[in-house]
Each structure stands twice: as C-alpha cells, then as structure tokens.
Design a protein around this ligand. Structure first.
Ligand SMILES: [Zn+2]
Length: 275
C-alpha cells in the first residue's frame, strides 16, 4: 500500500471515529467555564470536541463503546498532543525537548487552557509559532512531582505573530528595570526586592511612546498576562491582577524574589495546583 492508500485509509478511519463521536462536534457544556474551574469531566468532553474538530491531534485517538460513551480518555487520563495546536506550530524552547514531535502527558484541564491560550494568540495577535517549555516535563529543579511533571502547567517563551517575533527574555527579562520604579545600578530588581511593577510600562501621558508600545512587546506581554488571569490559576485577591501583583502566573517581574530569576525568560502558568 502506497502513501496515498495509507492517507486515504487514515482519513476513512478518522471519518468513522468522528461518526461515532458525532455528539462532540458541537461545543460541550464546559465551553463557557474558565479553564481553572473546569471539572475533569467537562475538560475531557472539551478535549474530545477539539479532537473531533481537528483543533488538536494525538497519537492515540479517543475511543467509545457501542453506546457512544467515551472509554478513552477517561476524565483522569492524560494525553500527549502533537505540536500543531489550533493551527499554531509549537516549537520547544528547552533543548531537552528539541526533537520531540509531541508533548509529554498532559492533564485534560491543561489541554483546554493551552488550546484557549493558543486560539487567543492566533485570533488576537496572528500567532503562527509559539515557543514553549514544560508541557509535561519539569525543569529538574526538584525530584518531587510539580505542576509541570503532572502536566498541569506550561511555560511560554515567545511567539511569532503578525506584529513580529516576541521573545520574553530579549524583549522583557533582559530589558532594564528603570531606577524610578526600583531598579538597581545594573538595571535589575535587587535580589531582595519583593515589590515590583511592570518594567516595560510607560507613563500613559507620554502619548507617542504609549501608542507605539501597545502593538509592541509592552502591549503584547501585558495583553497575554491579562488574558491568562481569565483562565489560569492565579489565586490573587484581585479578580484581574496586574503585572507586579502577586499571582500564580509567573514572569520576569514576579514580585516573589525567590521565583523571579527562574522566570526571566518565560511566563509560567498552570490550570491547578498539584493535589
Ligand atoms: Zn514553569
């Protein structure tokens, strides 16, 4: 059987599987629930919905019984995603994952978070490539299960968008922290500092700089942060915390000084804590 025959057979198998899972074509109940509040059941139904509509691709396909009840993945199962997600190319930033063709095992709630984040970047910023880390692998900082090894988190290092290539390290983490907001003589947060703010922020009265920055790195990272507060776990007292306020979404201007240096080159976000 040649390549054409193989592709044809795969298409037929997909059509048959899709037929069995017909009821997942329409958006399931979890569609209107923020990612961090999803039940595992809602997340599973959304994952099948994404798969049926080819938003995500997986080595192993969803399976169901004769009554159309999904037997895999179960709500507590984890899945590996191929690296084209919602039409955006996922490129590993960590060398450890350089040759991978799929993520490691992800909690289904995190799949929903990653898909929504990707769709947002695509719709709002025209993202075509996302540089990622930590989808199912940890940074090796400790031997205990963490949100990465449990498949609950993602690290975002940058993206290629229609407004250009944004890189968290180059365009944010390596930028000077102005002395006016607490930067030291090296243009960095003092290691002891536990009060920070967004180093890329400019005086809103400086109109020219303000307008320019909205479509540039300053506006890009701020927009991402604000979007993430609507979906990711942040555990802030504020409904929509701002960059510099303590939250579970970590980045180069994280106020908690013990977590700041490790996030100079990426956003960290997660759907839930490790239970
Ligand atoms: Zn992380």
């Amino acid at each position: 059987m040649g390549m054409t025959g193989f592709v044809l057979r795969l298409q037929q198998q997909f059509a048959a599987a899709r037929q069995q899972l017909q009821r997942f074509v329409a958006a399931p109940a979890g569609s209107s629930v923020v990612a961090r509040s999803l039940s595992r059941e809602q997340a599973r139904d959304l994952v099948v919905h994404y798969w049926v509509n080819q938003v995500i691709h997986m080595e192993r396909w969803p399976e169901c019984d004769a009554n159309g009840n999904v037997t895999w993945p179960k709500p507590t199962d984890k899945v590996k995603l191929k690296l084209n997600i919602a039409g955006v190319q996922f490129t590993p930033d960590n060398p450890q994952a350089a040759g991978w063709t799929e993520t490691r095992e992800l909690d289904l709630r995190n799949v929903v978070l990653v898909v929504r984040f990707t769709q947002y970047l695509k719709d709002r910023w025209g993202a075509s490539v996302i540089y990622w880390g930590g989808l199912g692998i940890g940074g090796g900082r400790n031997d205990n299960p963490d949100t990465h090894t449990e498949g609950l988190a993602m690290d975002f290092h940058g993206a290629v968008t229609s407004a250009g290539h944004f890189d968290v390290l180059r365009d944010w983490g390596n930028q000077r922290v102005p002395a006016a907001i607490g930067g030291d003589k090296f243009g960095q947060w003092p290691a002891s500092a536990t009060k920070t703010s967004y180093r890329l922020a400019v005086d809103p009265m400086d109109m020219a700089k303000f307008v320019l920055g909205v479509a540039g790195a300053r506006g890009f990272f701020e927009d991402i942060y604000q979007y993430l507060t609507t979906q990711a776990r942040h555990d802030s007292l504020e409904a929509k915390p701002r960059i510099g306020e303590g939250s579970g979404i970590l980045h180069p201007d994280t106020p908690w000084n013990w977590l700041r240096a490790g996030h100079k080159n990426h956003f960290h976000f997660e759907v839930a804590k490790v239970k």
